[in-house]
Every structure is written in structure tokens, then in C-alpha cells.
Design a binder for this molecule. Structure first.
Ligand SMILES: [Cu+2]
Length: 687
């Protein structure tokens, strides 16, 4: 009798457990860390599944941060050193080991307490990948099931053994020759690896790829561009297949809400970037925030930030999940900082605006098939949204001013506002910390033919010679989308900087001039400043080993922000002993060619001195009638194209080793850029 009763009870207990306990996660320990507020370890790019980059550590706080010093600084054997690279990855930390990835997709495991190297993975990626859009960069790693995961510029997703750095599997999710690459940090969640893909400037078809974390097998893909007949295809011209090469890359790490079972990410701009003439319609899912069912990739909802984008206004910063109370109601929020200068704040259960976003009429250009209205968030923009008039340009407009084949000045430029830089959220202050770039672009449309693997942008945007380039760093109140405090920064910080916030009341961030800063998260007051010696553009991370809190920032510069290249990983603590280094050369704050004027030099090298994105000399003085040769000694294709439309000249695209010549007959000052890389400037002074 007794025996039977016990049997029944135990059966009941087992049955009850089966109902209550969720299915066992593929890696229970990582799963727990990913779902929890960030503490001792930093196991995924955005800190945890919310991407909020908020650490609960508070040993270092507003009262003692002034005493911070370098605990260690490690150089990563010149990996990713050179003008073509950016160092934007957040290191991951687990059990006293740090994993860090450079702009060459090389990974280093370091002792998080001492900086000593444990293992190295050298990607060996080809140096002639011609489909890199915006500098050689890797935005970070993922971790789970004893492996470290990364995406590479050659479009491979790779798993490394955490203990040894040996390759466990390597899966090509596309071919770089077709215009694709990976720059985003992957996300590990419950046995899956989620990876974005680049190529928005190369006529690709964007997608989110889910792979099996154990084997690397591709489980499913969700295309960011609908094939004819699929959901969203009604926003593309009927009877055409323009959507199939419409870009819509994914530049950054997704977030997950495990309770809702939804995966969230931001999608980049439409291609061809500046030519909307053949793609009438809103063009889903370009420049959108998207939610999918995390397990299956089934569509859940989307919100498009910019309809029928012709300004290169990618949604490129990672989405951030946060919980808040609005009008007494607890709400589940999601936010993303756009290149438009606005933060888009939505309800993450359904994709509807949480604080308020209104569709408003905007100026029209029928040839560009512009959208009648655009979604305008209530609250404040973090950067100016109107350009100033200047000589040589007929028109200066505000955000959403359209253009055709003569240049129109617009702010924000197509690189932001907020570009790739992440935006943290602090539950203590209720603020988002939003990095911004302040810059003007002259937008111009031209017609381009699609060729597989070639640039397909349909125009250009260049910062006019002599215009200023700077930044903002802004605390935005998540309840109102209004500015709580704002700093004007001397340099652009929207293109790969970003910050991290702590329960110690600190916002931690780097500056392109090499300074690492700690600010009071509530007031913005600067509490600490330290010169790292290299462009300090990567977002910092916070962790703890043996009871001591550390802060790490990769200082290796950023080709898009013009900051000094390097390979340094700096780690700070209250017990640190190391002092600052000498400042590196500061980034440009005025657009245009720099450096001394070479006298009589008529041979100009492109990509010389391991800089890739520059002309050498950038400025030269010659006599009328001189023929100037342009020689591409870099790894990737470049051109030299006149900035003045009426007397336009161009060498056309030159591959590695190719030389083209241009004869200058008339005296004058001639400015030119490389049209695929319009931040490369040159000047020929003809006497
Ligand atoms: Cu170039």
C-alpha cells in the first residue's frame, strides 16, 4: 500500500516537472547568462540578449572612477593595423579569459587579468576582397557550447574551440565575389548562431542566416527582400525583380526576447542607394526593424523607419530591448538609433510605436518616386537635420529633401546620425546613450547598371570640401524620446564608437582622438579621461575576475572616423599602475584633402603606405598641360573622380596595379574623390 502511494507521488512529481521546466537549453550556463543582467562575465556582443550593454558591476563608480589606471595593455601582433582597418569589436569575457577580434577577422584569447596571450586564430582572409564596403572591420564575437563564433569579410561564419582557438567548423553563407561579406557580430542563442550579411552597396539580396551552433549547418534564411509574390513584394514595382538586388544588409547583432520567442534586428538601406527611379514603392524591408520567431525564422512584425530610402539611411546600430512603465503600464520596449538622427522606440510585442511616431508629408521628387510621407518620431533628434547653404551648390535642404542629378546638400548625411555604433540603455536612469555624427552630404543620383559583385549605388554622397565634421553624444529619455543631456563632441562618433553603462552610474566610451572617458550617467559630467595612444572607437566592456572589476576598450582606430590605427587592448582597474600614452594624430574635422602640397609631382599613388583609402600625395601643384598618372597600388578597386560636375573627369575604376592618366590643361584648383570611397579626397593645383 505504502509502496504504491510513493510510486504515484513520484510519478506526479516527474510529470509536474515536465510541465513546469522549459526545454533544456543547448548550453544551460550560457543560456542563463544571456537571459540575466550582465555581471562578472560579458558573454555576447551586446552584453546579454537585450543588447543593452548595461553592467550590474559597481565596484568602480562615480566616486572612485577618477583613480582608474591601466591594469594592462596588450598589442595584438599588428593584426588589423593599417588605414583600411577599423577596430570596433567588443571583447567577450568568460571565467577570466578574454576573446577579442580585430578588423582582419583574427581572434585572440587573452588572460583577462594580465593580458597574456593564450591562443591566436589568424583568419588568413584574402587581402583582395573587393566587396568590402566601408573599411575592414569585425564588430564582435559570440560564445556558446564551448565555442567562439565569428563572421568574416569573406562571408564565412566560423566556430573556434574556446580552449584552443582551433577551427571547429567554417560555413560559407555566401561568396564575397557576389558582393557579400559579414561584419556584424553573430548572436548565439539556444543552439543557434544568427548572422547578418553585408553588401548593401553591391546589389545583394540581404538575409538573416540561422546556423546550427554545433555543426555549422544552415538551418534557415530569412530574406530581407521579398521575391515577387512574397510578403512585402507589393512595395516593389510589379512585374520587376528589382527587389532581388535591393541590398537591405544586416550590419549588426540581433536581440532576443526568450519569453516572446522573438528575434529582433535592424535592416540597412535599399539598393541602388541613391537611385529610387526604378523601384517605386516603400521597398520593404529596407531600413526597417524586424521581428521573427527565433526558432523558425517565421515573420512576426516589422517597422520601416524610412520609406523608399534614397539617402543611404540604414538602420545600422543594434536594436536594444528594454522594459519601462508608460502611463502607469509596464511595457516591453525595443529601440534603435537611426542614421536619420532619431531614436525609434517601439512596443516589441507588436512593432507599434511606444512613445509616438507620426507619418508626415515630405518634399517630393517624382523622378525619384519619393514616398509621400515618412515616419517622424516625437521627441528630439540627436543631430542637426538641416544643411546650410554654401557656394557651388544650388540647394541645401533638411532631412528627406530629395535630389536628382545636381547635388543637393542634406543633413544628416547618409552616414548618420547614428551609424554602426551601439546605443546602451540604463534601467537606473531610463536613458539611451546615443552616439552621433554631424556631417553634410551632397547627394547626387546617376544611372548604374547592375553587374554581379560590382558596386551598385546609383549616385554618390560626398561631404563638400571645407565643411565641418563633428559629433554629439546624447542621453535620450526612453519615456519621452527627449534629450536629457547632450555633449557636442569634436569628432564624429556615430560610425563605430558607442558606449557601455554601469550600475556604478558610469557611461564609458572612447573618442576617435584616443581618449577613453567615463561620464556620470545621470548628468553627463566627465569624471575621467585617459589617453590610450590610438583611436579609441570600439565600445568598452565591463567584467570581474577574482573579485576585481575591470573595464576594457579596444583601441585600434576606425577608417570611417579617420582615427589612428593600432592593435591595442587597454584594460583599466582601480588597482592599475599604467599611465596614459602620447596622443595619436587627431582625426580630420574639416572635409577635404590634407597634408602638404607636393611641388611638381605628377604621379599619384592610391592606397600607398598600407592606408588603402588615400591618395599619395593627396595634394600636388603642377604646370598647365601636365599629364597626371593615378596608380592603384592598394588591394581593392579605386578611382579618381572630379568633384566638379560641369568639368567632370574620372579615371574610371582601376583594379590593383592599374594606372590611368588625366591631362590638366587649364589653370585652376581641381578636387577629386574616389567615388566608391568618397571620404578619400585629392587636390590638383594647376598653374
Ligand atoms: Cu577608393
Amino acid at each position: 500500500m505504502l509502496r504504491v502511494a510513493w510510486c504515484t507521488v513520484s510519478t506526479l512529481i516527474v510529470f509536474a516537472l515536465l510541465i513546469i521546466a522549459p526545454a533544456r537549453a543547448a548550453d544551460p550556463e550560457i543560456d542563463k547568462l544571456l537571459r540575466s543582467p550582465v555581471g562578472k562575465d560579458w558573454v555576447t556582443n551586446g552584453g546579454n540578449l537585450t543588447n543593452n550593454r548595461y553592467s550590474t558591476l559597481k565596484q568602480i563608480d562615480t566616486t572612485n572612477v577618477g583613480k582608474l589606471k591601466g591594469a594592462w595593455m596588450t598589442r595584438l601582433k599588428s593584426s588589423g593595423v593599417g588605414g583600411k582597418y577599423s577596430f570596433e569589436g567588443s571583447p567577450l569575457v568568460k571565467d577570466g579569459v578574454m576573446y577579442v577580434v580585430t578588423g582582419n577577422d583574427d581572434v585572440f584569447a587573452l588572460d583577462a587579468k594580465t593580458g597574456a596571450t593564450i591562443w591566436e586564430y589568424w583568419s588568413g582572409i584574402e587581402q583582395n576582397i573587393s566587396t568590402v564596403c566601408c573599411g575592414w572591420v569585425n564588430r564582435g564575437l559570440a560564445m556558446g557550447e564551448g565555442q567562439i563564433y565569428l563572421g568574416q569579410l569573406d562571408a564565412n561564419v566560423v566556430a573556434l574551440d574556446m580552449k584552443t582557438g582551433k577551427v571547429a567548423w567554417k560555413t560559407p553563407i555566401e561568396k564575397w565575389q557576389n558582393g557579400y561579406g559579414v561584419t556584424s557580430a553573430p548572436l548565439y542563442y539556444d543552439g543557434m548562431i544568427y548572422s547578418g550579411i553585408t553588401g548593401g552597396e553591391f546589389g545583394v539580396r540581404g538575409r538573416l542566416t540561422a546556423l546550427d551552433a554545433k555543426t555549422g549547418e544552415i538551418k534557415w534564411r530569412w530574406f530581407t527582400l521579398p521575391a515577387p509574390g512574397e510578403k512585402g513584394s507589393e512595395t516593389w514595382p510589379p512585374g520587376t525583380d528589382h527587389s532581388m538586388r535591393g541590398g537591405a544588409a544586416i550590419w549588426n547583432t540581433p536581440a532576443v526576447d526568450p519569453e516572446l520567442g522573438l528575434l529582433y534586428f535592424a535592416v540597412g538601406n535599399c539598393g541602388p542607394d541613391y537611385d529610387g527611379s526604378m523601384r517605386a514603392g516603400d521597398n520593404l524591408f529596407c531600413t526597417s526593424m524586424v521581428a521573427l520567431k527565433a526558432k523558425t525564422g517565421e515573420y512576426a512584425w516589422h517597422f520601416q523607419q524610412v520609406h523608399h530610402d534614397i539617402w543611404d539611411y540604414d538602420a545600422a546600430s543594434p536594436v536594444v530591448l528594454f522594459d519601462t512603465v508608460i502611463n502607469g503600464q509596464p511595457r516591453k520596449g525595443i529601440a534603435e538609433a537611426g542614421r536619420t538622427g532619431w531614436v525609434y522606440i517601439l512596443d516589441r510585442t507588436n512593432g507599434k510605436p511606444l512613445v509616438g511616431i507620426e507619418e508626415k508629408p515630405v518634399p517630393q521628387e517624382p523622378r525619384q518616386k519619393t514616398a509621400a510621407t515618412q515616419p517622424i518620431p516625437v521627441g528630439d533628434a540627436i543631430v542637426p537635420q538641416c544643411a546650410e547653404k554654401m557656394p557651388g551648390y544650388d540647394e541645401a535642404g533638411c532631412i528627406y529633401t530629395p535630389f536628382w542629378e545636381s547635388p543637393v546638400l542634406v543633413q544628416p548625411s547618409g552616414v548618420g546620425g547614428t551609424n554602426w555604433s551601439p546605443m546602451p540603455y540604463s534601467p537606473d536612469t531610463g536613458y539611451f546613450y546615443v552616439p552621433g555624427t554631424v556631417r553634410t552630404s551632397a547627394f547626387l543620383r546617376n544611372s548604374t547598371q547592375y553587374t554581379n559583385g560590382q558596386r551598385y549605388t546609383g549616385g554618390s554622397q560626398t561631404a563638400p570640401i571645407g565643411t565641418s565634421m563633428s559629433g554629439t553624444f546624447t542621453a535620450i529619455d526612453a519615456k519621452t524620446n527627449k534629450i536629457a543631456w547632450q555633449h557636442k563632441t569634436p569628432y564624429r562618433v556615430g560610425g563605430g564608437g558607442g558606449s557601455t553603462v554601469t550600475a556604478g552610474g558610469l557611461v564609458l566610451r572612447g573618442e576617435p582622438d584616443g581618449n577613453f572617458l567615463a561620464l556620470d550617467a545621470k548628468t553627463g559630467q566627465e569624471l575621467f579621461r585617459f589617453q590610450t595612444g590610438f583611436g579609441a572607437d570600439a565600445p568598452p566592456v565591463v567584467y570581474e575576475v577574482d573579485g576585481e572589476e575591470y573595464i576594457t576598450i579596444a583601441a585600434g582606430g576606425n577608417s570611417m572616423q579617420g582615427s589612428a590605427s593600432g592593435d591595442a587592448v587597454w584594460t583599466f582597474s582601480l588597482k592599475g599602475q599604467l599611465g596614459p600614452l602620447w596622443p595619436p594624430p587627431a582625426p580630420q574635422t574639416i572635409a577635404g584633402p590634407t597634408g602638404p602640397v607636393a611641388a611638381g609631382v605628377n604621379e599619384i599613388k592610391i592606397g600607398a603606405n598600407n592606408t588603402e583609402y588615400s591618395f599619395s600625395p593627396a595634394r600636388t601643384r603642377i604646370k598647365a598641360g601636365t599629364t597626371v598618372s593615378f596608380n592603384n597600388v592598394g588591394d581593392i578597386p579605386h578611382d579618381s573622380t572630379s568633384l566638379v560636375q560641369e568639368n567632370g573627369w574620372s579615371t574610371g575604376v582601376m583594379v590593383k596595379g592599374e594606372t590611368k592618366t588625366v591631362k590638366f590643361d587649364k589653370p585652376g584648383i581641381y578636387y577629386y574623390v574616389c567615388s566608391p570611397h568618397p571620404w578619400m579626397y585629392g587636390q590638383v593645383i594647376v598653374e
